[in-house]
Write a protein that binds this ligand. Structure first.
Ligand code: GDG
Length: 485
């Protein structure tokens, strides 16, 4: 332990995630360059890390086979974890993204199981745990994130009885019936239960987890508290499963929209589209959980039956490239592009597309300009832990204009009650919801948006992280020895 080394007393807060907040790039001269990776988790934790004296982040740097030495960035110590090409294929693309991801999202596509993938998941989790465990200070806090690292809490606990361990699951936790299909399901549960606090997006996720622990492990559950047979000196450890709905840096997003340059960009976007009456927007990673095909199907039918005039109403679909080496994602891309092609073939005029389809990523400012330009945003996920796009749209509308159409299967639906709610599996209902959204008066938009903004501006990501860490701080881990004085 670096704790034994007086020169390196360790970090008070250590974040462990699959990816580091920066990606390594190799320059033509062979040198390494670091680029910020702009994910939701990074944005969330950045603002939290700024408030701790000594924070660290453990994660993969994004290039196969490389393990750069630990380094400092943005006032944080970064500890890269190596992943070989084969581990990327088995641990990351395989068990994480072709087994766990579809299973945890209610088997929208069939999960694939391979034992070699599991073996690699264990090996990779162990490497993350071994890198993370020694970096924490005596009695410090380690916060592990997401489904790729579910074994890490227990692996760290076996090494370090003195630290507090939190785990946050960014994606849904499935019903016990579905979870039971997962080979090695009990190892996953025991892995998670190495934490003192296991956090989920929605109440139903926490309830599903508690039910799985009760049914599959037979542990005693009282409310949110699980009694786990002790690994260390104490016979029983208490683990809490609780809901912490994640959010965004609402103030920062809202403030961006006040910049004259962004306002101009938003207006320019509408001009580029030919100044249509209505702009309808979808922004998603190109993922089968996001309901992009359902949305396009509804849109195509609305154009087809004449309910929407493509000269008056334009749809923009941003589909950010994602997991392009996983088969289901390649297939989805083909399907989506086929549908977009058909809609445009049928309904576009020479100069103007019915659906403006963008298969690439935009920077944060362009993304905000898109939100500012959109009259309606469609979030039609079939399953989604939270969905930050919904919250970003609301934060981008201090003008109280715009309508959010929101799937009840996105975690955000628990909080954003004033949205136009929809079951995206029901194409007729989805079509009706889109038409309703387009028909709302300015006053109706204002009323709904005011209520949505109240929710999003009050509950930002700083509050989320603070609440989680507070709760973790107060969680009891009876086998933790007294703090040395
Ligand atoms: C997982 C859970 C949960 C997208 N395209 C671009 C871009 N984005 C940004 C969005 C948003 C983020 O990426 C996506 O977050 P979501 O929440 O919508 O979805 P997942 O990626 O699936 O995230 C999800 C989340 O974790 C947090 O816990 O909410 O349920 O699945 O911020 O704006 N950003 C930029 N360019 C793009 O092209 N800059």
């Amino acid at each position: 332990h670096p704790v034994d080394d007086p020169a390196r007393p360790g970090h008070d807060l250590v974040v462990v995630a699959n990816r580091l907040p920066v990606d390594s790039r190799t320059l033509p001269d062979g040198a390494t360059e670091w680029v910020t990776s702009p994910g939701g988790l990074v944005t969330a934790m950045e603002s939290v890390m700024r408030t701790v004296d000594s924070g660290a982040w453990v994660g993969w740097a994004g290039t196969p086979g490389q393990q750069p030495a630990p380094f400092e960035a943005d006032g944080m110590s970064l500890y890269p974890v190596r992943l070989d090409q084969e581990e990327i294929e088995r641990y990351y693309e395989g068990y994480s993204n072709a087994t766990l991801w579809p299973l945890y999202h209610d088997v929208i596509v069939a999960p694939v199981f391979h034992r070699t993938w599991w073996d690699s998941y264990v090996t990779a989790n162990r490497r993350f745990a071994r890198t993370a465990a020694p970096t924490a200070s005596e009695g410090g806090t380690i916060w592990v994130h997401d489904y790729q690292l579910q074994l890490v809490p227990r692996m760290i606990r076996e090494d370090r009885a003195d630290v507090r361990i939190g785990f946050f699951n960014h994606i849904p936790f499935p019903s016990v019936e579905l979870f039971s299909q997962l080979p090695k399901r009990n190892q996953i549960l025991r892995g998670l239960l190495g934490a003192d606090l296991v956090g989920f997006q929605r109440e139903s996720d926490a309830q599903n987890f508690l039910a799985a622990v009760r049914k599959l492990l037979g542990y005693h559950v009282d409310g949110q508290t699980i009694s786990v047979p002790g690994l260390g000196a104490a016979p029983v450890r208490e683990v809490v499963a609780q809901t912490f709905p994640i959010s965004i840096d609402s103030t920062a997003v809202s403030a961006l929209t006040e910049e004259p340059e962004l306002r101009e960009r938003a207006m320019q976007l509408r001009r580029d589209l030919g100044n249509p009456q209505h702009v309808v927007l979808g922004v998603d990673r190109l993922d089968y959980t996001k309901g992009i095909r359902h949305r396009l199907k509804a849109w195509g039918e609305l154009l087809g039956d004449g309910s929407i005039d493509p000269r008056e109403t334009v749809m923009i679909q941003v589909a950010t490239p994602s997991r392009e080496r996983v088969e289901a994602y390649q297939q989805l891309r083909d399907e989506v592009e086929l549908i977009v092609g058909r809609i445009n073939g049928d309904h576009s005029s020479i100069g103007r597309a019915a659906v403006s389809y963008q298969h690439r990523s935009f920077d944060r400012r362009d993304m905000t300009a898109l939100f500012m330009a959109a009259d309606v945003v469609l979030v039609t996920a079939l399953r989604d832990g939270m969905n930050l796009v919904a919250k970003e749209y609301v934060a981008s509308r201090p003008d109280l204009r715009g309508v959010l159409v929101l799937s009840e299967f996105a975690g955000a639906a628990d909080e954003l009650r004033a949205a136009v709610m929809v079951n995206p599996h029901d194409i007729d209902e989805l079509k009706a919801a889109i038409l309703r959204a387009l028909a709302l008066t300015d006053e109706e938009q204002e009323e709904a948006m005011r209520s949505l903004r109240h929710q999003v501006m009050e509950n930002d990501v700083q509050a989320w992280a603070h609440d989680f860490l507070q709760r973790l701080e107060h969680s009891g881990a009876p086998d933790r020895g007294p703090k040395p004085t």
